[in-house]
Design a binder for this molecule. Sequence first.
Ligand code: HT7
Ligand code: ZN
Length: 876
Amino acid sequence: ARPVHLKDYRPPAYLIDRVNLDISLEPTRTRVHSKLAVRANPKAVGRREPLRLDGEHLELASIAIDGRPLAKKDYKLTDTTLTLTKTPSGPFTLDITTFVNPEANKALQGIYRSNKVYCSQCEAEGFRRITYFLDRPDVLATYTVRLEADIAAAPILLANGNLLERGTLPGGSRHYAIWRDPHPKPCYLFAIVGGNLAPISSTFRTMSGRNVDLAIYVEHGKEARAAWAMDSLKRSMKWDEERFGREYDLDVFNIVAVSDFNMGAMENKGLNIFNDRLILASPETATDAIFEAIESVVAHEYFHNWTGNRITCRDWFQLCLKEGLTVYRDQEFSADERSATVQRIIDVRGLKTHQFAEDAGPLAHPVRPESYIEINNFYTATVYEKGAELVRMIATILGRDGFRQGMDLYFERHDGDAATVDEFVTCFEDASGVDLSQFKLWYSQAGTPELIANLRYDKDKKVANLEVEQILAPTPGQPSKKPMHIPIRLGLLGANGHDLDLRLDGKPLEDGVVSLTKRKQTFRFSDVPSRPVPSLLRGFSAPVNVTLDLSDEDAELLMASDSDLFNRWQAANTYAARTLVESVKALTTGKRTNQGLRFARALGSAVQDDKLEPAYRAELLKLPTQSDIARIIGKNVDPALVHRAHRQLMKLVGKTLGPLLEDLYRDMADRGPFSPDAESAGRRALRNAALTLLAARGTPTDVARLAQHYGTATNMTDRAHALFLLAGRGGTEAKVALDDFYATWEKDNVVIDTWFAAQAQSPLAGTLSRVKALIKHPLFSLTAPNKVRAVVGTFAAANPVQFNRPDGAGYAFLTDQVLALDKINPQIAARMLGTLRSWRALESGRRAKARKALQRIARAKSLSPDVQEIVLRVLE
Ligand code: HT7
Ligand code: ZN
C-alpha cells in the first residue's frame, strides 16, 4: 500500500448530491442497491477525469447510467476501485447493485453482524465495503434509505435521520422501513441497524421548543442498564445548548449498543452506535470509572453532531478538527458535571500516560499528520487528546469570551462545510484579532516540548526573573523545529504559601498567563517582596514537560498550599516520580535512599486536609504508574526494577500513613444506597485508594481486609477493585474471589471482561501461562475486540513486568496474537502491535528480544496495510 499525502489533496472531480439506498438484509448475502445523483464538481472544472469509485470486498451485480445498463467494456474493476470510462457531461443518475456478506465480516467495517444484530461501521473508509462510492469526507449528500429484513430476525430497522414510512411486505414474513436524513453528510456518517433489540425511550425539549424522541436500543432484559446513558444524553443536549448555543436538529436521536465494535462508539448522524460496555451500567455491574466513561462518551458522540457532522473534515488529515475539538468539548462537559480539578487531573494523567509516550517513540506524529498508509492507524492519543489540548490552549490565550466568539464564528461560517484546521484557527484570529500563526506550529510539529525553567531572585531590586527555554527534540521525519507559542499560566508563592500579586514588566498580570514564543525568554516580575516559589503551568496550560529544579522544601510548599489545586496535585505527582526514579537508580547501583520516607510524610500532610474533596484526595494518593516512570527514565529501562521500586514505595507509603489510611478506609464507607454521582464516587475512590496502599503492606490483617472488601462489596466499583488487587497477590484469597466472580458473571458478556483483565494484569510470575490459557477459554474469542482488549491488550499495555519478561516470551506471545488477528481484524491487530512502540527504551537484553519479535511480524507474508504500517514505523 502506498502512502497518501496532505500536500496532494485535490477537490473531488465529481460530487454526489443525493443517495438512495435499498438494502435487503440477509445473513450471508445482503443486497445493496444504490442510486446516486452525480455531477461534475464546479470547483474542479477542466479536470475531465473518469469517475473512479472506491469499493472493497464487494460482489458487483449491475451498473446503469441514467437507466441504461453498462456493458463490461464501459467500466474497469479492480480489488479497490470501479472506474467508469464514459460518463455524461451533465448531471446523471448512477445505479449500482452489489452483494455483501455480513456474517463473514469480522473486520467490523461496512455491514456486519454482532450477536445476530445487523449493524454498520463506516468511519473512516467502511462505506466502500457496502457499495461503490466516492468514499471521502468532502463528498456530502442527503440520504434516503430503505431497509428490508425478516421480521423475526430484525423487528427493529434503523438508519440515519427521521423515519418516513414502515410496513410489512406481501407474505408477512419480511418488513421494511424508510429513513431520510435531510442533512447533507459524508458517507462515513452513514449507519444502519437491524435486529431484535429492546429500546428505552425518552424525550428532550430543545431550546427552541421542539420535542426530540430519544431511544437507546439494547439486548432484551438489559433495558434498566441503559438509564444512566439516557440521563447522560439528556444532560449533554442541555449543556451544548447552554455552553455553545448548539441545538439538536432531527426529530429523533437513536443510540444502539452492540457487543462487537472496534472502538468505543460512533457518531453516525442521528444513529450513534456504541460498544455495549459504554452504554450498559448498573451499580452491580459497572464501576464508577465506567459510569464516568459512559457519561463522557455519550456526550462526545452527541457533541459530534455539530463538531464533526454539521461541520465535517475536508480530508482525513484534518481528523483533529472534529476529534480534538470534540474531546475538548466532552472534557469541559465532564468538568462542569463533576469536579473541574479532578477532571483535569484525570485528563492530564491520561494525556501523559498515552500521548506523551506516543510522542516520545517511533509512532510520534503531528496532531495534523502529513501522510498515512492506513488512516485507521491515526485515531491516536495525539490526534484526540493532544488535539484537545490545542483547543484548550486557544481558549487560554483568548480567554473564555474570546474563545466563545471564535466558536460562534466557526459555527456560523462553516455550518454545512467540510472544513480544515486552518479555517478553524482563522475563525479565532478573525473573532479576536490575535495572530495565531506561530501557534499553528502545534498542528504540524510533533513531539512534547521540554521547558527548562529557572528562577533568579534579586532581593535588592525585589525582582524575580523567570527564565524559560523550550527544547524541541527531533521526532520521526522532523529533525529540527521552530520555537512554539506556549501559554504558561503561573503563580508565585510567598514563604507562607500564599499567591503574590503578579507584575510583569511593571504591569499587573491579571490572568496569570504569559506567552513563551522564543527559544529562550525571561519574564521579569517586579515588586516581589521575598524569594518566591514558582507554580508553573497551572491547570496544565500547555502539553509540555517542565524541568524546574525545586528543593524538597519548595516541592512540599507547593504540595501543601498551592492555591491552584491542579498544581498541588502536580507537585505531589512530580515529587513521587522523582522519588521513584531515584529508587530505581538506587536499585541499579545498590545504594540506599531515604527520599521515600520524606515523600510519604509530605503526602500524608497533603492528604490529611479534609477540606479537600475525597475524589481529589484519592488522586493525591495514586502514585505515578510504572509506565510513567519508564517514560521519564527514557532509556535502558529495566521494567522489573521499576516494578520493584514501585512496590517498595507503595509499601512504604502504606506503612508510614497506616493510621491515616485506616481512618479513611473506615470513614469513607458508603452511607446510603449506591449513587453514581461524583461525590459518592469520590468517597469510594478515596476508600479504595487507601485500601490499595494498606494492601501493599501485605500483613495478614491487610490481606484479610482485602478479601473482606471483595466479599462484602455491594457494588462493582468495590468488588472489581478488590478483585484486581487480589489477583495481583495470588494465593487462596485470589482463587476464591476469581472463582466467585466467574460463577456470578459468566453469563454476562460485558462484566466477564473484568475477570479476564484482572488475571491478565497480575504481576505474578505465572501470568503469561494463565493468559495463554485464557485465550483458549470458551468465553474468549479473537473475533470479539472487547475480549482481545481485556486479555491481550491488558497483558501488553497494563502489565509491564510480565509482558516485558527478560526471556522475551511476552513479546513472542504478542507476535503470535497480532499475526492471528491480522487475518481477522487488521484494525485491532495494529492496535495490539502498538503496545510494543516503546521497545527502544528498554535495556539491551529485552530490546534485542523485542526487535526479534517485531522482525518476525515484518517478515510475515500478506500483512494488512494496518499492521505493515505500524511495524515499519516502530522498527524504523
Ligand atoms: N469518530 C469515531 C472514530 C472511529 C471509529 C469508531 C468505531 C469503530 C471504528 C472507528 N473508526 C474511527 C469515534 C469517535 O471518536 O467519536
Ligand atoms: Zn470522536
